[in-house]
Design a protein around this ligand. Structure first.
Ligand code: NAP
Length: 309
C-alpha cells in the first residue's frame, strides 16, 4: 500500500498551486483530477486580473502553463472521481471509481461548478442552445441572438466576449442593477451589441432537439413574454452565468462547512488535523485565480509543517 505524503483533490489553480509547492518541497504528492485540469478557469476567455497575464491570455493557456510547471516537480497524477473519504485515522483514505488512495495529509481543492438557471427545459437543451461556457460554445452562435442569464462579473464579462460572435447579446438579470464590478459594467454599457432585460427571470426553455423559444417573466409586473428564435436561424443561445455551487457533497458530515463551503483557518486547516482546503471550495471573501493560487501555496507549506510534527 502506497502512502503519499499528501494527496491533492482537484487540479484547478488552487490544486495546481498546492502541487507546485508540495512538489518543490519534495513531498511525495499525488494530484487527483476527475476531468481536465483547470476547473472553472478553463472556460474563461480572458484572464486580465491575474498578475503577469498580458495580451488577452485565456484561462486554458494559463492552466496549461500551471500544469507543465507542476509536472516539472515530480508530482504524480491520477484521473479519478472520488466517491468517498475516510479521514478518521492518521492515514487518510480516499476512494474513487478506479481505486483507493492513501496519504498522511489531504488538500481539498474541488472547487465549484456553474449553478443551473433552474427552469423547465434547461437540462434537456444543454448543448442544444443552452450553455455555461462562452469560450466553448460562442462560435455556434455566430451572427445569432444570444441571451446571457445573470448579472455578476462572469455574466457581464462573458456577455462582452459573446458580443464578438452574436448578432446581439441580451443580458437577462433578475434585478434592475448589475452585481458586476463597475469597470466591467461600463464596458458592457458602452457596447452597442449588448442589451439588457431588467427585472427578468427565465421561466422555461423550449425546443424539440434544439432551443427554439424561451419564456421570460418580468418579476415586477408578472408579465410573461415568449422570446422566439429568429426564423432564419431557427435557434439561439442561452448562456447561464448565475454563480457557482461548491463541490463538497462527499465531505458532508466529515468536514465543517457552511452552505457547502468548507471552513478553514488562515493556514487552510479544516476541523480535521491533516486535512486542508483551498480555493473556491472554502469560505472566503474573494474567489479568484490569484487567491486560489495563494491558498494552494499556503496549504502546501502548512502540510509540510504538519508532516514534520
Ligand atoms: P455571482 O457573483 O454569484 O453572480 C451571480 C449572478 O447571477 C448574480 O447577478 C445573481 O443575481 C444571479 N443569479 C443567481 N441565481 C440566479 C437565479 N437562480 N436566476 C437568475 N439569476 C441568478 O457569480 P459570478 O458572476 O459567477 O462570480 C463568482 C465570483 O467570481 C465572484 O466573486 C466574482 O467577483 C468572481 N469573478 C471575478 C471576475 C473578475 O474579476 N474579472 C470574473 C468572473 C468572476 P443577484 O445579483 O440578484 O444576486
Amino acid at each position: 500500500m502506497q502512502v503519499y505524503d499528501v494527496i491533492i483533490l482537484g487540479a484547478g489553480p488552487a490544486g495546481l498551486s498546492a502541487g507546485l509547492y508540495a512538489g518543490r518541497s519534495r513531498l511525495n504528492t499525488l494530484l487527483i483530477e476527475k476531468q481536465k485540469d483547470g476547473g472553472q478557469i478553463v472556460i474563461t476567455s480572458e484572464i486580465e486580473n491575474y498578475p503577469g497575464c498580458l495580451d488577452e491570455e485565456s484561462g486554458a493557456s494559463l492552466v496549461a502553463r500551471m500544469t507543465k510547471q507542476v509536472e516539472k516537480f515530480g508530482v504524480e497524477r491520477a484521473q479519478d472521481t472520488i466517491t468517498s473519504v475516510d479521514f478518521s485515522g492518521d492515514v487518510k483514505v480516499v476512494k474513487g471509481l478506479h481505486g483507493e488512495y492513501y496519504a498522511k495529509a489531504i488538500i481539498v481543492a474541488t472547487g465549484a461548478f456553474p449553478r443551473p438557471i433552474g427552469c423547465p427545459g434547461e437540462k434537456e437543451l444543454i448543448g442544444k442552445g443552452v450553455s455555461y461556457c462562452a469560450t466553448c460554445d460562442a462560435n455556434f452562435f455566430e451572427d445569432m441572438d444570444i441571451y446571457v442569464v445573470g448579472g455578476g462579473d462572469t455574466a457581464v464579462e462573458e456577455g462582452i466576449y459573446l458580443a464578438k460572435f452574436g448578432r446581439k447579446v441580451t443580458i437577462i438579470h433578475r434585478r434592475d442593477e448589475l452585481r458586476a464590478a463597475k469597470s466591467i459594467q461600463e464596458k458592457a454599457f458602452a457596447n452597442p451589441k449588448i442589451k439588457f432585460m431588467w427585472d427578468t427571470v427565465v421561466e422555461e426553455l423550449k425546443g424539440n432537439g434544439l432551443l427554439e423559444s424561451m419564456v421570460v417573466k418580468n418579476v415586477k409586473t408578472g408579465e410573461l413574454t415568449e422570446v422566439l428564435a429568429n426564423e432564419e436561424d431557427g435557434t439561439f443561445g442561452v448562456f447561464g452565468f448565475t454563480g457557482f455551487l461548491p463541490q463538497s457533497a462527499i465531505f458532508e458530515g466529515v468536514l465543517a462547512m457552511e452552505n457547502g463551503y468548507i471552513k478553514t483557518d488562515e493556514e487552510m486547516r479544516t476541523n480535521i488535523p491533516g486535512v486542508f482546503a483551498v480555493g473556491d471550495i472554502r469560505i472566503k471573501t474573494l474567489r479568484q485565480v490569484v487567491t486560489a493560487a495563494a491558498d494552494g501555496a499556503i496549504a502546501a507549506m502548512t502540510v509540510e509543517k504538519y508532516l514534520e510534527h
